[in-house]
Design a protein around this ligand. Structure first.
Ligand SMILES: C[S@@+](CC[C@H](N)C(=O)[O-])C[C@H]1O[C@@H](n2cnc3c(N)ncnc32)[C@H](O)[C@@H]1O
Length: 291
């Protein structure tokens, strides 16, 4: 296959060498202190929606962040490999491993990048390749989307979540996130404006739906067990930032022979999740120009 990567949508500003980056790992380290059994239960339910019933299942957590989903996958019996580009995310995942699975040879944690094809090739192949909310933060989303196929076993599952393309809104958010990451002043201003703004919006939305507005702080405000403030900060600061429409994502992976198994789409801010299955004869594109 020699077709080009999908053209960058107007909202996208790919730059894999961007030095302006959000400190994801620092945010994940704050989240770790809030990782309650109830949140882990939610995270487990989210993996069970597509989990494979296989002997000696292997799970690759590409861009592991806090390490929550690696932990849950290990608890479900998989052999897990976690990696992340951000040193603080790697440290967070390693600390979680040490807390729950110290000295376990069936869970490895290291530093790595989805933009490093040699690294991905060196990992071998996995039954489930999980990269949730990661590929759009690399600075080269479509390249990352292609690279993540390298460690996928024939017949394996690829689970990716990518930010929804909202046209001009995505372009505005790209500018806000870039400003957040540009300086201390940018961080303070964006945080001071948007953290209270989102908290107020959630509060009012809960009241309008006759829900207890404090419940989302005690338990979890999303189906994956994440926390309100961690999610808001991840959203306002998360840069590099790119977006995709569901059609683009499905068309992209179908060119490699992957079939869409399930999807959870959002129409607003946030990620759409896609679960693809590779055929038994699947082989990852090995040539950088392919795809
Ligand atoms: C929004 S977090 C998602 C974390 C985790 N997958 C989850 O679902 O909770 C994005 C993560 O992607 C990582 N990341 C960004 N660029 C990366 C790259 N090139 N290779 C690997 N990880 C990367 C960030 O460091 C961060 O930990």
């Amino acid at each position: 296959m020699t077709a080009p990567l999908p053209s960058d949508s107007p909202a996208n500003t790919p730059d894999s060498t961007a030095e302006t980056r959000f400190g994801f790992g620092r945010n994940w380290q704050r989240f770790r202190r809030q990782l309650t059994p109830a949140r882990l239960e939610r995270a487990e339910q989210s993996l069970r929606q597509f989990w494979l019933d296989r002997e000696e299942l292997s799970f690759l957590d590409a861009g592991s962040g806090s390490g929550t989903f690696s932990l849950v996958a290990r608890r479900l019996g998989a052999k897990v490999h976690s990696f992340d580009y951000d040193a603080d995310s790697v440290a967070c995942t390693a600390a979680l491993k040490n807390e729950f699975f110290a000295n376990d040879p069936n869970w490895t944690v290291e530093s790595g990048s989805v933009l490093d094809r040699d690294y991905l090739r060196s990992l071998g192949q996995f039954d489930i390749v999980y990269s949730w909310g990661v590929l759009h933060h690399t600075g080269a989303m479509w390249e990352a989307c292609r690279n993540i196929l390298l460690p996928l076993k024939p017949g394996g599952l690829l689970v990716v979540a990518l930010y929804n393309n909202q046209g001009w809104k995505s372009r505005v958010w790209t500018a806000i996130k870039r400003f957040y990451c540009s300086s201390t002043l940018g961080r303070w201003l964006v945080t001071g404006l948007f953290v209270p703004g989102f908290l107020l919006a959630f509060f009012l939305a809960d009241l309008l739906r006759f829900r207890n507005p404090f419940k989302r702080y005690e338990q979890s405000h999303d189906p994956r067990g994440m926390s309100v403030v961690t999610d808001i900060i991840d959203w306002i600061g998360g840069y590099p930032f790119e977006v995709a429409t569901p059609d683009e994502v499905v068309a992209f992976y179908s060119r490699f022979g992957l079939a869409l198994k399930q999807q959870t789409l959002t129409t607003g801010l946030g990620c759409s999740e896609f679960v693809f299955v590779g055929s038994e004869s699947f082989s990852a594109p090995d040539d950088e120009s392919s795809g």
